[in-house]
Each structure stands twice: as structure tokens, then as C-alpha cells.
Write a protein that binds this ligand. Sequence first.
Ligand code: BGC
Length: 438
Amino acid sequence: MLKFGALLALTSLIPAFVEAVAPVWGQCGGNGWSGETACASGSTCVKSNDWYSQCITSSTQASSTVQSSTAAQPSTTSTPAAGNPYDGYEIYLSPYYADEVIAAAAAITDPTLKAKALKVKDIPTFTWFDVVAKTSQLGTYLADADAKAKTTGKKYLVQIVVYDLPDRDCAALASNGEFTIANNGLNNYKGYVDKLAAEIKKFPNVRVIAVIEPDSLANMVTNMGVTKCQGAASAYKEGTIYAVKKLSELGVYSYLDAGHAGWLGWLPNLTPAAELFAQIYKDAGSPPFLRGLATDVANYNAYTTTSPDPVTQGSPNYDELKYITSLAPELQSRGFPAHFIVDQGRSGVQNIRKEWGDWCNVKNAGFGTRPTLNTGSSLVDSIVWIKPGGECDGTSNTSAVRYDGHCGKESAHKPAPEAGTWFQAYFENLVKYANPAL
Ligand code: BGC
């Protein structure tokens, strides 16, 4: 990234007695890392995974001391409110993402672009819990949301992504996670879910909405030919059911990730997908808090369009609403009355992919439709932003352990850092090409 490149160049001019440090949001560790391991003032080095540690600002650090005044009361919710769980709630803004956006805007010199970039911090985006080390941050956010609810008299909800299954991202490499099935991963995963649950339990007055495990069940539908996915199937299912049950007991409204129109929306995939989702729903005890499915997570598809992107050719389900409208009756007939949320965070620009399967840092993407309950369909609870735009999909460094060929494709923006870490140039384009404009 330019920002870090410039800073590194500067450090070579600093006299030797001044200790060099990694910049805020810069890399500060990981297997094979030979750069700075100390972080710039106001930030601390936090491990993201074995390959990457990052300097994170203090305001996004976990605080284990925060307690709510209502902490003693566990949630007693056993019946969800009827209807759309988003209705009547303010969405809590993720401080983690806001800090990333503020730092990114500070690195932009063009004043018009800077001002547009800063607006993104006020758009609600899900917070991903992609490593167990981040789970205690959830308590901090919930306490903050609880406090805001008390001062404003409004009801708040916090949006999270549960993302730490063992052998994660079984059909790709870019987002391989911290747990392996071979090394006690399923138990570790249950421990991770328990940690999230323990934080949620302390704040019964704050509603939590969770997206469960992007890509995992979709891989079970179409990628069982991949050895790692086949080997992960039973752990994915057991882990997902464990998470859904545990969260439902606490009144968390969950949506299972359901890929996107260009994945499970192909006609031969619809029925097997519906069978799997309905089975998971049933095996979890048909919890009423398992509200439905999340689609287009971290992808780029239009919600609804009259001019299909050429890459979608051959599929009648060429946008997310068409996919959802085809899938919903298949779920209903199998006993799962699913509702949907749809990620439109990076879907502002269409016709930018060479193939529908391009998913990694697709070049020239723009921020999309803002989160809204105005979805035009009773099946869809909300258009949301799930992938935090500006966080990377995967590294383009061909020698990295998590290098995935998709991130080296012509349609992928390069050079790109490790998945989940900040990608300044990509963020700036999302801002520039936002549609509607920022
Ligand atoms: C990464 C995660 C990250 C998420 C959201 C995924 O591709 O693997 O580490 O939290 O994207 O940016």
C-alpha cells in the first residue's frame, strides 16, 4: 500500500537511535514477517492469524472491564418479535470499521474524495469476528450500544459475522482460518461461539443480528468434490448447528450465509441448497430466531436489475432478488419460512467481472445501495452492508501461504494485502465509484 510504502521510505531517513515502528493499520507480525513489530503510538499489535498481525488503534481494542448495569440479567427471550427484526431499531455503527475509515480518509489528499470517504464511517456495516482473539471486543460494542440506547431512548441492534469454522474457506485459500479439524478445531470453534455468547448474554437489552459463516454451507452444496470440503462437511454442519442453537437461546436473530445468485442461484443448485438449509434449520430444532439466509456476502451482484451483467448469461436468476424469489418457496415447502438480508456494500458498479465466479478484490467496484428496509419484497428484511468495504478479500502475493489464484486474476485489483486487512487503494476506488454517489 502506498501509505505504508511512503512511511517505510521515511523510516530509512530517521537516525538509528529512533526506534522504528509499524504504522497504524500496518503489518507488525506473522509467519515470515521481517518488518517492524512495534506499533505506532496509540495502536497495539494484534494477531489476526498465523500470517498476519496488525497495528490496531486503542479505541478498537477489547476492553475486558466493561460491564453493563444490566449484566446480571441473562436474556429471557424465547419468542422473537413478529416480523422484521430490523424494524424499529437503530443500527450500531462498528467502531472498528469507523476507525479504519477515519485512518483511510486521513491518508487521502484530494479534499473532495476525503470528504466522501469520511461519510462511509456513518454507514452501518457488520463487524466480523474472524478470530477468537476479537471476541471480547463484542462486549465493548454491546456495552456502548446499551449506553447509547439509555441516553437516546432508542433501541439498538449490533450486526456481527460469525466466521471461525475449522478448516475455514475449504474451497479456497485466501481466508483459511486459525482452526484446523485435525487439531481440535471443532471444539475450539465451540469455545469461540461460547465466548461470543457470553458477551451477548451480558446485554439482553441490545438486539444482535448475526450472519453465520460466509461460504461454508454453499461449499457443502457445490464443492464436495474438493477433498478439504468433503473432510470438513460434518464439522461445518455440527459447528453451524451449535452456533445457531447457542445464539438462538440468547435471542440473537441469525441468517445463514447462502452464497449468491451466481453460485447457488444456478437452477441445478437451488434444490440441493434448499435441502441443506432446511435440514440445518430442522437439526437446530427449527429455532424461530433463525430468521433466514444472507446472500451476496462480500460479492458484487445487483439486488435487482433490468439489464443483466453479461457474466450472468444463461441463468434466469441473474440478480439477488431473482435468486431469493426462486429459493424461498423451495425452503418454505421444506418447512423453513426463511427471510433474507442482502449485502450490497460493494455492488454499486456492474459489468466489471470477466466471470461470475470472480470474487477477489474485483477491480473498479463501487460502494452500493445504502442499508435500507425499503427492499420492495416481503421476503427481504433489509439491504445491508456485510463485507466492510476496504478490507481485503485476499493477498496477491504469489508466495504467501494464503495466496489464492483468484486474487491474481486479471479482474483482481493488485497488489493486494492479506484477507481482512486494510486495502487503501481498493477503498479509494469504492468511494470514487460509489453508486449512488457519496
Ligand atoms: C477475511 C476476514 C475478514 C473478512 C471481512 C474475509 O475475507 O478472511 O479476515 O474479517 O473478510 O473483511
